[in-house]
Design a protein around this ligand. Structure first.
Ligand SMILES: NC(=O)c1ccc[n+]([C@@H]2O[C@H](COP(=O)([O-])OP(=O)(O)OC[C@H]3O[C@@H](n4cnc5c(N)ncnc54)[C@H](OP(=O)(O)O)[C@@H]3O)[C@@H](O)[C@H]2O)c1
Length: 275
């Protein structure tokens, strides 16, 4: 699929996208020379220039260079970018836009950009090590062929899950922002162990490996998470005491509240920066 690419805003997520593109091979291969990059701070992409990517000095030049435009900026930066493109007379119709911007809908992106073909993605940072989860949805103008191709690109950095646009904000909370919540939980488990006597240097990595092992066991098991909890919890045993504290403090309710706060903020970002 001999398409050219542009990336506007080359931070963490855009770099993971570039790694995914460079992982494609055979008839899907995307040479670095067919990818044009623009970043506000040019010095931060000098390594990519050395690696053979085209770099340009304006978002306009980037947008005009590629058939597929990846928006690697924050939602707060979208209006500024699109106003520069509009003022320059950029015609984006016929292109495809990919956006990871939280909360901003396909419809808003189409209106702001003048490009009706929009794919929204919600990746997470483990995509940087090929273990990400990316939710994806599209506007009606995106062809099946283009959509499947972009799903293939993101599958280079982990799982790709098609969702409805209505689900995006909740899934952003549960799989994208959730990465930070999981890190907090890992720290809290390790700190708790330290408070009650653990002194070895591997506490944090042991806890992290416990999260990985528990998650991988759930994925490879035909049992539900609740059934696996029951398998560890023995009546009047030690695990039961810990679970009773979770119940007493309503940990499920606390996490549901955190998910709601995050999903609500996504909706606000969409209203503030997509309108
Ligand atoms: N990080 C995550 O876990 C995550 C997960 C899912 C989705 N997302 C979404 O992905 C997007 C990018 O996030 P990120 O974590 O990659 O952010 P990031 O690392 O902060 O990268 C943002 C990049 O945009 C550049 N930029 C800012 N304003 C610009 C402008 N006007 N023109 C061109 N470039 C501009 C910044 O340039 P400078 O070098 O000048 O700062 C920076 O390189 C966001 O919309 C975010 O909501 C992030």
């Amino acid at each position: 699929m001999n398409k050219t690419y542009s990336v506007i805003g080359v931070g963490n997520i855009a770099r993971a996208f570039l790694s995914a593109l460079s992982g494609l091979s055979g008839k899907f291969a995307v040479p670095n020379s067919t990818v044009t990059l623009y970043n506000r701070t040019e010095a931060k992409i000098s390594d990519l220039k050395k690696a053979g990517y085209n770099t340009v000095c304006t978002p306009y030049d980037a947008a005009m260079a590629g058939d597929i435009i990846f928006l690697g900026v924050k939602p707060q930066n979208l209006k500024e970018i699109f106003s520069i493109l509009r003022d320059g007379g950029a015609d984006l119709s016929g292109k495809l836009i990919i956006s990871p911007c939280a909360g901003v809908t396909c419809e808003d992106l189409a209106r702001l950009s003048g490009c009706s073909a929009v794919i929204r993605i919600m990746p997470n940072t483990p995509m940087q090590i090929g273990r990400g989860v990316t939710e994806i949805c599209r506007s009606a103008s995106v062809s099946d062929k283009d959509y499947q191709y972009i799903c293939r690109v993101f599958s280079m950095c982990g799982e790709v899950i098609t969702v409805s646009e209505e689900e995006m904000n909740a899934m952003t909370a549960a799989t994208s922002s959730a990465v930070a919540l999981v890190y907090r939980l890992i720290c809290a488990f390790a700190d708790g162990a330290k408070q009650y006597g653990a002194t070895n240097a591997q506490v944090e990595s042991a806890v992290a490996k416990t999260f990985i092992g528990a998650a991988e066991m759930l994925m490879s098991s035909d049992k539900s998470a609740d059934e696996l909890v029951a398998a560890v919890r023995s009546p009047k045993g030690a695990t039961e005491q810990a679970l009773l504290v979770f119940d007493e403090k309503n940990i499920d309710g606390i996490i549901a509240e955190a998910i709601k706060a995050c999903a609500d903020r996504c909706a606000e970002l969409g209203s503030e920066y997509g309108a």
